[in-house]
Design a protein around this ligand. Sequence first.
Ligand code: PHB
Ligand code: FE
Length: 331
Amino acid sequence: MTTTDIISETTGVQASAPNREGYCEFTLGKFHFRRDEYFAYVTWPTGDHTMSIDDFLRAMQRDVAWDFFYGTVNFDAVVGTINHYGTVDLFAGRFNEVYKTAERDYLQNFPTPEIRETFRSMLDDWTIAGFDPFASPAETDKPFGVKAGSNTDAVTRRRVAAARMVGVAGDEQVRTDDTHPVNRMFADVAQDEPVIEAEPGFEDRLAAFNLFAYLSRSNVTWNPSVVSVCKDSLYCPTTEEYILPIIHGNDRVEWFVQLSDEIQWVVEDRDTGVLRSKVTMRAGDVAAMPGDIRHQGYSPKRSMLLVWENASAALPEMIRTGNAPVYPVEF
Ligand code: PHB
Ligand code: FE
């Protein structure tokens, strides 16, 4: 903490006055965060790390919007968070054999509200006008340069999360031209909606929607959103373009159904980062990602991916104690 740091009374966020480039610096526990025109700098008691501000903000945007997601969100091979659903670990070098061997890795646990508020403030302060961390690189301005405006609407956009299913009365609704024009890469996707022929008396108990049309209108990338819920079973489709901005370390099995085009997945051991496989998924392919891996996807063109999550809160502990396998089926 420097003498110029201000601690917000409402959020507890510890931030400096604007630095030479106009950006606040943030302190969270023993971690310190600073940005300049091109880079984010993270320091901790035993080391320091530099990332492109582009990659850093895209990763930070996901961690914030997903409220630390399932398991581990690696910003890159060094820095990231582990969600313990109530508390969150912030780490450096924790899943990097070189840092661990050199004893330069570091980890600190925070109550979720504390890290959440700091990350939210940092994301908002460090995102300048015109840059949208959720957009594909082809559809946004650049994040570089000195502080110039902000893009609070983009970095705080509401996450789609159906309570039952998109299209059900009172739930998330289908997208229209007014709010969600069809994406440039999905101009050929049919926009017709299913016809529902309900028996008399059942009219308000049936719903259906065209998922391909719905996804063709997504204005974000690498952002699974819940479109249907059946107990702990969540359908979380997403549209992908360029590179998944995080390397996700699973704490449970995830199913992927490639709905269109192609994604190449690099799958590594979750804890060491050693390469386990490369998986190329084309339209119609289905894969189960094990509960002990980390993965990052590459999508050469905008594509549609269905991520099927089991949101059961019991799973991480069941896997940790060997009461559930890290793979989903035995053939
Ligand atoms: C994942 O980690 O499984 C994941 C995250 C974001 C996506 C797709 C998959 O857009
Ligand atoms: Fe994942």
